[in-house]
Design a protein around this ligand. Structure first.
Ligand code: IPE
Ligand code: IPE
Ligand code: MG
Length: 241
């Protein structure tokens, strides 16, 4: 039967996506299908994030931006929002010990003003602790919305007194949360939904998109490899030929 076995494909290390965005979706459905509370799905999703961050870092991906809580997710029942905040606190508190020996830089992107003082302090601590790391940058998008990010950028530009004819795409990009990162090459969305849900709207202009029915807690190395292999087969024209 060996004749029919497909040759294993290899990821080309010279054509890796430099920056990957992931919409970590499907935690609730993962739990419901098992008759478990949605919170269990979120907890499981947080474990997946740790594994995928390590894999991306080992592969040599430069930046990973993950959608953890959108500006629209406040619409959820208070108990679910509270649990997500708790999970976040746990994740960031443990990040310090888990980071030991790793070279990853962690940043939280989004509007953190409505978060508790404790959470804000944890975020500031993690930023400071990892700001000089030179490996993968993990951007955790919290209370993030692509439209909100663009509005915030426009506000900053106006406040800084820039003249209208000095505004161009490069300038706007300097005011986005991802200004220091390479352009987003690949956006991954598990869970079967085929939309961006307000994630990286500006940055996705020429990103490659990869969708899958797998639910985020089940997302593993195999799926990451599939997404990257498919990315490497795409012909990125950027409007050219
Ligand atoms: C994504 O999983 C996590 C967050 C939005 C916080 P969901 O909670 O949206 O899971 P589904 O889409 O209901 O399955
Ligand atoms: C997008 O997922 C937000 C996150 C994964 C954090 P949602 O579950 O909120 O998106 P919709 O509601 O299906 O568009
Ligand atoms: Mg969802």
């Amino acid at each position: 039967m060996g004749f029919f076995k497909r040759k294993e494909e290899h990821i080309d290390p010279d054509n890796l996506p430099k920056h990957i965005g992931i919409i970590m979706d499907g935690n609730g459905r993962w739990a419901s299908r098992r008759g478990l509370p949605r919170n269990v799905g979120h907890r499981s999703g947080a474990q997946t994030l740790k594994k995928i961050t390590t894999l991306c870092s080992e592969m040599g991906v430069r930046a990973l931006t993950v959608y953890a809580f959108s500006t629209e997710n406040w619409k959820r029942p208070k108990a679910e929002v509270d649990h997500l905040m708790l999970l976040l606190k746990e994740y960031l508190s443990k990040a310090e010990e888990e980071l030991a020996g790793k070279d990853n830089r962690i940043r939280v992107i989004g509007d953190i003003t409505p978060f508790s003082e404790e959470l804000k302090q944890l975020i500031a601590h993690i930023h400071k602790l990892t700001e000089h790391q030179t490996g993968l940058t993990l951007n955790i998008a919290l209370n993030y919305g692509g439209r909100n990010e663009i509005v915030a950028a426009v506000r900053h530009i106006v406040q800084s007194g820039v003249k209208a004819d000095e505004v161009d795409e490069a300038l706007v990009e300097q005011y986005l949360y991802t200004a220091e990162n390479p352009p987003v090459d690949l956006i991954i969305r598990p869970s079967g939904e085929m939309r961006l849900s307000n994630f990286l709207l500006w940055q996705s202009a020429y990103a490659e998109l990869w969708f899958s029915n797998v639910l985020w807690p089940d997302f593993n190395e195999k799926h990451l490899r599939q997404a990257i292999l498919e990315y490497q087969k795409r012909h990125r024209r950027y409007g050219g030929i």
